[in-house]
Design a protein around this ligand. Structure first.
Ligand SMILES: [Zn+2]
Length: 69
């Protein structure tokens, strides 16, 4: 089954929220639940939808906006 299809049918086991694909469709890294900030790993095209296997996911820090006036 394709990752994009899995993405549509799978939900976070913790909060039942929508998941976001991290990585590319050819080389998926995992499914991210933005609400829980947990990344569920994908191994050999099989998503591991277990809370115990999920890793905390830190968003890339966005630039702090500074006032330059
Ligand atoms: Zn969640």
């Amino acid at each position: 089954m394709q990752i994009a299809t899995l993405l549509k049918i799978l939900a976070c086991p913790k909060c039942q929220g929508d998941l976001q694909l991290i990585g590319s469709s050819e080389a998926p890294e995992g499914f991210l639940c933005t609400q829980c900030a947990l990344l569920y790993p994908i191994e050999d095209d099989i998503p591991i939808m277990l809370e115990s296997s999920a890793q905390p996911y830190n968003k890339p820090k966005s630039k702090v906006e500074t006032c330059e006036s």
